[in-house]
Design a protein around this ligand. Structure first.
Ligand code: F6R
Length: 613
């Protein structure tokens, strides 16, 4: 989602900002802008669309300045346009902003009365005018920021420049991430450390209701009362995986292919297979006392939570409830002492999940988070953090982070079962083996023959207007996740339905134009195969075009009714069933998008980290 980069120092600000914004590009945005101070004036350049458009516009001007702020915007208030792109300025104050100003209309009315002129439809534009209003009264940067923050309702990460103060950037934070980077006679700001990783590894993360005034050789921090505060510097590990497509056409494809390695590395990080032992971080509470688990997440991470319900209830016998984060805070909860709340998030910054986590914390709940970004806000606020070791995920549509989440949740299920004394050592060893073997089984999904088949099917699906995924048991969750991925990438309406639910309404949609992708692994322990196959027959009888995703046995038994087949490896249990079939569906979504000419890594309207509610 929106990104902020700023610098005050001794080098060319424009190129540092553009390089930083490019690092945040993967988060999704629809316009970009930059402002510097040159000869006592703000010079602002903004463009709709990609950063390359901004670069082109910048190349037509000669700008030389060592102070500047830049922004990538994902539209909330007002359409994507040059006018609505950040930075926004009043006469003497220039601002970039992430977050939402909820009371912007009320503030705008007030500021208009005192003469402010507005040029955009954004909520942000009230901020420079409000800061200027307070700056005129106090003549003091710090006081003007404090007074502005007091009046604003909503969330913000703000970076502010003042005319007449050509070596100062002031920042403020509430609810949206903001970090400061320390350099040699140069200091930086960004909404994510990643944007600064080429310039510095020395980072200070701002907390909510903290402010800073940054010059090239000094940073002063203060709290909402205006009192000076001390902050500690964190030295970040240089990113192991640099952002690179490693020869793949898209990040998404690279990330799909990375999954066998991610699975292996996750297991190496947490499991000793020789002794069948699991080594998770220390829990700050007695896991034995937990009798209920609530999993809270959004989107794809929510579906990994739904997989966990099947895994934990089956393996550990502990009751699991799964909640959509955007709904969780808005209903009553009989909070219990023996309830563990698990928050699942790739980014660790998703606004709804974060707000739900804070709500649970206020209600004294025990909090475990499963995040891929180790320094994220969710990680910082949790009692225990179990990291997914997927590495940076750049494609907006989540792939490897999902399978990594399901892997960790599978491990947690086994671990809970041990703590609760509900699993024999033999069963534990068998399940860990099943998990470990998923990696090598996965590699077969990338065989040349498989890919040729998937590409052929994808080509035929580019013409579809609607599409259904169906499955039962944990394969039902694969159907949900597969349909979400298909919608995101292809812009075709795809729905995931529990196969048994189909006849309760959705079957009305079936005709000879409707492709129905049936996820039906034939598993010796899974009596659901026959039932799913019967539901597929019902589709077949009504002319629906079946794409049957199953193993050799399944295809032999029921493949005849299918128009097309995708063969997946034979699963040895529920954990593999959660992890393996989804990969073929990721490839389908990828190739359909590719053949339709869609932007695979940054699908329209989407953002990687959704930092607004
Ligand atoms: C879908 C996708 C999104 C995210 C969701 C939550 O491909 O990526 O649905 O899963 O926005 O994001 P995180 O996991 O960062 O909390």
């Amino acid at each position: 989602m929106c990104g902020i980069v700023g610098v005050v120092g001794n080098k060319n600000a424009t190129s540092i900002i553009i390089d930083g914004l490019k690092k945040l590009e993967y988060r999704g945005y629809d316009s970009a802008g930059i402002a510097v101070v040159e000869n006592g004036k703000f010079v602002t350049v903004k463009e709709e669309g990609k950063i390359t458009n901004l670069e082109k516009a910048l190349s037509q001007q000669k700008i030389s300045s060592s102070i500047g702020i830049g922004h990538t915007r994902w539209a909330t208030h007002g359409k994507p346009s040059k006018e609505n792109a950040h930075p926004h300025a009043s006469s003497n104050v220039c601002v970039v902003h992430n977050g939402i100003i909820e009371n912007h209309q009320e503030l705008k009315n007030k500021l208009q009365k005192s003469g402010a002129k507005f040029l955009s439809e954004t909520d942000t534009e009230v901020v420079p005018h409000l800061i200027e209003f307070h700056f005129e009264k106090t003549g003091n940067i710090k006081e003007s920021l404090l007074a502005t923050a007091k009046e604003i309702k909503g969330t913000f990460a703000l970076a502010v420049m003042f005319k007449g103060h050509e070596n100062v950037i002031a920042v403020a934070k509430r609810g949206s991430p903001l970090v400061l980077g320390l350099g040699e006679n140069e200091n930086y700001i960004a909404s994510d450390y990643y944007a600064l990783s080429e310039n510095t590894h020395k980072i200070i993360a701002l907390e909510d209701e903290e402010f800073a005034i940054i010059t090239p050789d000094k940073i002063e921090f203060f709290n909402e009362q205006g009192a000076e505060i001390k902050k500690s510097v964190k030295v970040m590990e240089p990113e192991k995986a640099r952002i690179s497509k490693d020869g793949f056409d898209h990040f998404m494809l690279k990330e799909i292919y990375e999954q066998p390695r991610v699975l292996e590395e996750t297991i190496q990080a947490y499991v000793d297979l020789s002794s069948s032992s699991i080594h998770l971080p220390n829990f700050a509470f007695d896991l034995k006392s937990i009798n209920k688990i609530t999993i809270i997440a959004c989107g794809t991470s929510y579906y990994s939570g739904m997989c966990a319900k099947y895994l934990i209830e089956e393996i550990a016998g502990v009751e699991v409830e799964v909640d959509i984060a955007s709904e969780f805070r808005y209903r009553s909860h009989p909070f219990r002492e023996d309830n563990l709340m698990i928050f699942v998030s790739q980014s660790g910054e998703t606004a709804d999940t974060l707000a739900a986590l804070k709500f649970a914390k206020q209600n004294n709940q025990k909090i475990l988070s499963i995040v891929n970004a180790p320094h994220s806000t969710m990680a910082q606020l949790s009692d225990v953090v179990v990291r997914t070791v997927a590495g940076p995920e750049i494609g907006v549509a989540s792939t490897k982070a999902y399978t990594a989440q399901v892997t960790i949740l599978g491990l947690l299920a086994i671990h809970f079962a041990c703590v609760k004394g509900r699993i024999s050592p033999e069963k534990k060893a068998k399940l860990l083996q099943e998990l470990a073997e998923s990696g090598s089984k996965m590699t077969h999904l990338f065989d040349e023959k498989q890919l040729t088949n998937i590409k052929k099917i994808s080509k035929s699906l580019t013409r579809a207007k609607n599409l259904l995924y169906i499955g039962r048991g944990i394969s039902q969750i694969t159907a949900f996740e597969a349909a979400l991925k298909f919608r995101e990438l292809s812009y075709i309406n795809a729905q995931g339905i529990a196969a048994g639910e189909l006849k309760h309404g959705t079957i009305a949609l079936i005709d000879n134009k409707m492709p129905v992708i049936v996820i039906a692994p034939h598993n010796a322990n899974n009596d659901l195969f026959e039932k799913t196959a019967s539901n597929a027959q019902e589709v077949n009888a009504r002319g629906g075009k079946i794409i049957f995703v199953s193993d050799k046995k399944g295809i032999k038994q029921f493949g005849k009714m299918a128009n097309k087949k995708i063969e997946i490896p034979e699963m040895s249990g529920i954990i593999q069933e959660a992890i393996l079939p989804v990969i073929s569906t990721q490839l389908l979504a990828y190739y359909v998008a590719l053949y339709k000419g869609n932007d695979v890594d940054q699908p329209r309207n989407l953002a990687k980290s959704v930092t607004v509610e």
